[in-house]
Write a protein that binds this ligand. Structure first.
Ligand code: PMP
Ligand code: GLU
Length: 401
């Protein structure tokens, strides 16, 4: 054989996750001694709560270390059903729930079960980095629906109509959004539901940030706006963000029985089940005290206020105040075209590189989210880091000519 082994054609469709790539680079630079401030990856800077860790340890001690049921242990699915009934008033049966190896994997299972060649999937843009690759890996086509910063990144009927075709099979909603922190208005969701009912679309509602909403009562959900859409909706959620459990890898999906059954078929032929120990820990999170996400949110509040005030005080920068999640997505485009040491900052990739190399600030370029005018900062990091980071941003921008 000459040269390297050939790879499958689908490998041409996707690149590694840019959020995880920047995080890895920042960590490597830090390990080499660089004074890095990491605003890149989106994960809470909290430890998993003690009672959740204790449940994981107990699972090990009790020998709960074997394969589990493919869709997840019954008591966890039951607890998820009960949590939704108590908190949201939505009724599901345990066989309408799949527990997966993280929320990302739930989305992957959904796309595999629902989409294929010839299907178009609407993705409001800026989007979370993994939506287009997950749709592409299912053989379907992502269709980007542009959202406007000036409209607080809300969906509009006009944009939806422009992007929908007779090949549209579904739409991925993410509210609060990663990367913008925006939440969709009830009016926008009403329009989505109306079009989805008329055309038979599936709605994927990625609610992974639904416990981090800064104005109580401001989060509208499509199932409340239009309850008749439930049979066409798959909910994606998980404990990564709400219980600071990113490394435990537990997500869950709720939806129509036959869709969940198909996702289970895929799971049975790929991962078999999520880790038994992590499922016991997730059970403690879902069924135990629910004050942890609120405590995290309280600590994010002053950070959000500080970072927004700092960024918007810089000449030329605009930034929508995030209604939820822990990201800000400032518009840096006023600085594009400027130079440092003869090198042009042409767009968000060069801007992020410049901030990393010159100021040791790790951020994620907006291009990774389909929005080159912007750069994403996660404020799930200490107030001291944010203060120092904002000074560095100001200094870095002042050096551009
Ligand atoms: N959806 C969004 C919008 C996210 O930001 C993340 C973060 N990783 C996920 C889903 C998946 O999270 P996880 O796989 O860690 O549960
Ligand atoms: N969702 C987080 C982020 O956007 C974690 C990284 C990832 O899963 O891509 O930074």
């Amino acid at each position: 054989m000459e040269g390297q082994l050939a790879l499958a054609d689908r490998m041409k469709l996707i690149k590694p996750s840019p959020t995880l790539a920047v995080n890895a680079k920042a960590k490597a630079m830090k390990a080499e001694g660089a004074d890095i401030l990491n605003f890149s990856v989106g994960e809470p800077d909290f430890d998993t709560p003690d009672h959740v860790c204790a449940a994981g340890k107990q699972a090990i001690d009790e020998g709960f270390t074997r394969y589990t049921a493919v869709p997840g242990i019954p008591e966890l699915r039951e607890a998820i059903v009960e949590r939704y009934a108590a908190d949201r008033g939505w009724k599901y049966d345990p066989d309408q729930v799949q527990v997966s190896c993280g929320g990302k994997h739930g989305l992957y299972n959904m796309a595999q079960a629902l989409f294929g060649p010839g299907d178009e999937v609407l993705i409001p843009t800026p989007y979370w980095v993994s939506y287009p690759p997950i749709v592409l890996l299912a053989g379907a086509t992502p269709v980007l629906v542009p959202l406007d910063e000036k409209a607080n990144f809300d969906l509009t009927a006009e944009n939806l109509m422009k992007c929908a075709t007779d090949k549209t099979r579904g739409i991925i909603l993410n509210s609060p959004s990663n990367p913008t922190g925006a939440i969709f208005s009830a009016k926008a969701l009403e329009k989505v539901a109306e079009m989805a009912m008329e055309k038979g679309w599936v709605i994927i509602s990625d609610d992974i940030y639904d416990t981090i909403v800064y104005d109580e009562g401001s989060l509208a959900h499509i199932l409340d706006v239009e309850p008749r859409i439930k049979e066409q909706t798959i909910i994606l959620n998980g404990v990564s963000k709400s219980f600071a459990m990113t490394g435990w890898r537990i997500g869950y999906s709720l939806g129509p029985k036959h869709v969940i059954a198909s996702m289970n078929k895929i799971q049975s032929q790929s991962t078999s089940n999520p880790a038994s120990i992590s499922q016991k820990a997730a059970l403690a999170a879902v069924s135990g005290p629910q004050d942890f996400p609120g405590k995290m949110k309280e600590s994010f509040l002053p950070r959000r206020e500080f970072i927004i005030n700092e960024l918007t005080s810089i000449e030329g920068i605009s930034c929508v105040n995030p209604a939820g999640a822990f990201y800000v997505f400032p518009n840096f485009s006023a600085y594009y075209g400027r130079k440092f040491n003869g090198k042009i900052i042409a767009g968000s990739v060069e801007m992020s590189e410049y901030l990393l190399e010159e100021s040791f600030l790790a951020t994620v370029p907006g291009a990774a989210f389909g929005a080159d005018d912007f750069v994403r900062f996660s404020f799930a990091t200490s107030m001291d880091a944010i203060k120092e980071g904002m000074n560095r941003v100001k200094e870095a921008l002042a050096k551009l000519a």
